[in-house]
Write a protein that binds this ligand. Structure first.
Ligand SMILES: NC(=O)N[C@H](N)C(=O)O
Length: 271
C-alpha cells in the first residue's frame, strides 16, 4: 500500500501555483501543493515534530473534529501528546514507524498502522527510528450516550482489514471499516474508502455527517456542493454537514481516501 504525504519544502519562486485552493461556506479544498513548511504549526509538549492542521471547528458546535498531519523527526515524539481529557483520537501512520504506549502496552505502528484512543486514555508516542515518521491524528470531543459504555482502545492496520464492497457495485466501491457501524459506543468513524477505476458515488450524498477526506492514492473527479473538483494524492477536502458529494474515480489504479465521519448520536439542539 502507498500513502500520500505532504510535499513540504518551500514553493519555488518560478512556479506560480495559485488558483487551486477553495474555501466556501460548505466545503474547503486544500490541494497537496499548499502543504508546505511555512504553514505548519508546533504542538505543545511535542519534540522534533510539526503539524499541518487541516481541519478544526470554526463556528461553535457546528463542526465536530480536528485533523492534523503530524510529522515526527527521528527521536521526536511526546510523553503528553493530548492535553484535553475529553478528546478521543485516531492515529493512522502514513510514513515510517512510531512507538505507541497506552493502557494496553507498547505497540509498534508501521505504515498503515491504526490506533483508536478513547477520551481520557493516557498515551505516549515516539519515533525511535532514525527516519522521520508521519501520521494523521483525528481528535474529537467524545460524546457519551446514556446507558452505553465508552469504547476501549485498540490497535490494528489497513492490511489487517478487508474492504467491504458496497452492495451491487461489483467491488468498484468498497470501505475498510475499523469499527462496526452498529457499535454505538463509537461516535466517529475513520475509514478508508477505495474506488476501482471508473467507480462512482452515483448520486449526491447529502447528509448530516461532517467529513474530512484525505486522498492517499489515485485520482478522481469529486463533487463538492455544486463544483466538480479534480483531486489526487495528498489533497484534502473538508465537507460541512449537508454538503452534497459524489465521485468518479479516474486514472488506471485505485482511488483511496481516509474518511472521517461523525456518527451514532442525536442531532444537537440549540438549548
Ligand atoms: N464521501 C463519502 O465517501 N461518503 C461516504 N459514502 C459516507 O458518508 O460514508
Amino acid at each position: 500500500m502507498s500513502y500520500a504525504l505532504p510535499p513540504a519544502g518551500l514553493p519555488s519562486q518560478s512556479d506560480e501555483l495559485t488558483g487551486t485552493s477553495i474555501f466556501t461556506e460548505s466545503y474547503a479544498f486544500m490541494p497537496a501543493g499548499v502543504m508546505r513548511d511555512i504553514v505548519t504549526s508546533f504542538i505543545p509538549n511535542w519534540t522534533n515534530s510539526r503539524a499541518w492542521i487541516i481541519a478544526r471547528p470554526l463556528s461553535g458546535f457546528a463542526e465536530t473534529f480536528s485533523q492534523y498531519i503530524m510529522e515526527v523527526g527521528a527521536g521526536g515524539g511526546s510523553d503528553c501528546p493530548e492535553d484535553n481529557p475529553d478528546a478521543e483520537a485516531v492515529l493512522f501512520v502514513v510514513e515510517g514507524q512510531l512507538e505507541l504506549r497506552n493502557s494496553m502496552g507498547t505497540h509498534v505502528l508501521n505504515e498503515g498502522g491504526y490506533a483508536y484512543l478513547p477520551a481520557g486514555e493516557g498515551w505516549t508516542l515516539h519515533n525511535r527510528s532514525d527516519k522521520k515518521a508521519t501520521f494523521h491524528w483525528v481528535r474529537k470531543r467524545y460524546e457519551a450516550a446514556k446507558g452505553i459504555p465508552a469504547p476501549e482502545a485498540f490497535v490494528t492496520s489497513d492490511a489487517e482489514n478487508t474492504p467491504i464492497a458496497m452492495p451491487d457495485t461489483n467491488g468498484a466501491w468498497a470501505t475498510t471499516r475499523f469499527v462496526e457501524p452498529t457499535d454505538l459506543r463509537h461516535d466517529m468513524h475513520f475509514n478508508i474508502v477505495t474506488f476501482q477505476p471508473g467507480g462512482l458515488i452515483p448520486f449526491e450524498e447529502t447528509h448530516v455527517m461532517e467529513h474530512g477526506l484525505y486522498v492517499i492514492e489515485g485520482t478522481a473527479e469529486y463533487l463538492l456542493n455544486r463544483d466538480w473538483v479534480s483531486v489526487g494524492p495528498g489533497d484534502f477536502m473538508w465537507l460541512r454537514a449537508f454538503c452534497p458529494q459524489a465521485c468518479r474515480a479516474t486514472g488506471d489504479g485505485p482511488f483511496r481516501y481516509l474518511l472521517y465521519k461523525d456518527v451514532n448520536r442525536h442531532a444537537k439542539l440549540p438549548w
